[in-house]
Design a protein around this ligand. Structure first.
Ligand code: NAP
Length: 463
């Protein structure tokens, strides 16, 4: 059987895991071309994982191994819908896997959400992680206030609370974007309030991330013991070990005395929903309404507004209520769920087009979750191709594909060129003991990628 040619669009964890699963196939051999909008690979590993979590980022070594495979090619700085169309990929490749992630944020749908100082989690996370799309977020203006409010009870909310509360000098040893360090050092924030609409038993965050808050230097964590009164140990155990450990950590926080030396406080509030953001030109306060919990017909615990409202002064409100996929030109889209509809990873109504990761199943799970998700999709793809009648391909098809892609985007970035950027960033970080100093603008990334040293040493990944 002739070799197969598969394009993977998106180079975050789900794209790389899909590539790895495809490359594992020996017969027929599969050539994998990964196309990426940015000049840099790794998606949320570079732009989502918090800078003080370097261990989680070490998965990039696994991606490097995949990229070193002789049948792998990377084409960065090329955008679907602008430089190439989905239909063109479908015509040239035997199959296409879309691993596009969930780059948009869910909205709260409350008045005042549009005000300056009301920020989507993705914008703030992208800003401190040096994502080229988010470097312009005027965070310094918002950190002149004393209080920040983070809406949501997931791990993204906790990442953000930690980043806003922790001593900024500790971030100097990380790969946080350089522009974020002085802004966080000058921050006037003294309290970060994390608001969950349901109770402690329903929180989506996980125990390790929760306990980290309690270990921050100079930071008090406050939990109102009343929020835990209705939670019995039996309820916590019945909800599983993650919830039980969360409850144990929250009880420990609720028992703590405020430390006189604390410079900042993280307050965890439950059973409250934002109903309005108030301000003139920018956010000055947020109105929260207390919720009562009741169990719905499907057994899910629901939050019901009680009418009991309170206004909190705040200069920054962050919506960390989940991400959303965005529609991709030429592909179907489920507006309600923010995903591409599929059956077992095969895009609904399409022949050899597939999805993997957050654009397939929605924004949930840790990085490793994408390995199984991508593996399942690749299983469907292989079964489909095994029984399909495929068009004959020219013996030079592999080279022609690269020529076609280059003709669409002459300034693209190969993996060799990315590795020049990678080495450059690591070298910049070395004198200060940092993992890297990130280049945060596309022109700067391209300048280094295309510098003389950045020319590919072999033709393997470019031809
Ligand atoms: P998430 O885990 O789904 O949490 C979203 C939170 O927002 C939930 O508490 C949800 O409450 C709340 N919410 C949704 N709509 C709301 C509304 N209209 N008003 C108020 N609250 C609302 O999402 P995430 O925090 O964005 O994280 C995404 C995924 O990445 C998760 O799987 C997470 O674990 C993972 N992640 C992991 C790490 C890590 O391992 N360190 C770090 C970051 C992210 P309800 O439950 O009531 O809907």
């Amino acid at each position: 059987m002739r070799p197969l040619y598969v394009a993977v669009v998106g180079s975050g964890p789900s794209g790389f895991y899909a590539a790895a699963a495809l490359l594992k196939q020996r017969e027929p051999a599969i050539h994998v071309d990964v196309l990426e909008r940015l000049p840099t690979p790794w998606g949320l590993v570079r732009f989502g994982v918090a800078p003080d979590h370097p261990k989680i980022k070490s998965v990039s070594a696994v991606f490097d191994k995949t990229a070193a495979h002789e049948r792998f090619r990377f084409f960065g700085n090329i955008e679907l819908g602008r430089d190439v169309e989905a239909a063109e990929l479908a015509a040239r490749y035997d199959a296409v896997v879309y691993a596009l992630g969930a780059p948009a944020d869910k909205r709260l749908g409350v008045p005042g959400e549009h005000l300056a100082g009301s920020v989507a989690a993705g914008d703030l996370v992208g800003w401190y992680n040096g994502h080229p799309d988010h470097t312009g977020v005027p965070v310094a203006e918002y950190l002149t206030a004393r209080r920040a409010v983070v809406i949501g009870n997931g791990n993204v909310a906790l990442d953000i609370a930690r980043m806003l509360a922790m001593p900024a000098q500790e971030l100097r040893a990380t790969d946080i974007a350089d522009h974020a360090i002085p802004v966080l050092e000058r921050s006037s924030i003294t309290e970060v309030v994390v608001v969950g609409r349901r109770g402690p038993l329903q929180a989506a965050f996980t125990p390790a991330e929760l306990r980290e808050l309690g270990a921050l230097d100079g930071v008090d964590v406050r939990v109102d013991p009343a929020d835990l009164e209705a939670v019995s140990d039996a309820d916590a155990e019945a909800a599983g070990s993650t919830v039980a450990l969360n409850i144990a950590a929250l009880r420990e926080f609720a028992r703590r005395e405020p430390a006189p030396s604390a410079r900042r406080t993280i307050t965890l509030r439950f059973c409250s929903s934002p109903v309005e953001l108030r301000g003139d030109d920018r956010v000055r306060s947020i109105v929260l309404e207390r919720n009562a919990l009741h169990t719905g017909e499907d057994g899910r615990v629901l939050a019901e507004p009680t009418g009991d409202r309170e206004e909190l002064a705040a200069g920054l409100v962050i919506r960390a209520v989940g991400y959303r996929g965005i529609p991709c030109p030429g592909l179907p889209f489920d507006e309600r769920r923010g995903v591409i509809p599929h059956v077992d990873g095969r895009i609904e109504g399409r022949r050899h087009e597939y999805v993997s990761g957050w654009i397939k199943r929605g924004p949930s799970g840790i990085i490793g979750t994408n390995k199984k998700c991508a593996g399942d999709t690749v299983k469907t793809l292989l079964a489909d191709l095994a029984s399909a009648e495929l068009p004959a391909r020219d013996p030079d098809h592999h080279r022609h594909l690269a020529e076609w892609i280059r003709s669409r985007r002459p300034g693209l970035v190969t993996y060799d060129q990315w590795q020049v950027v990678d080495a450059h960033e690591r070298a910049l970080g070395e004198p200060a003991g940092r993992p890297r100093v990130k280049l945060c603008s596309i022109p700067e990334l391209l300048r280094v990628a295309h510098s003389r040293a950045g020319q590919p040493t072999t033709g393997r990944k470019t031809t």
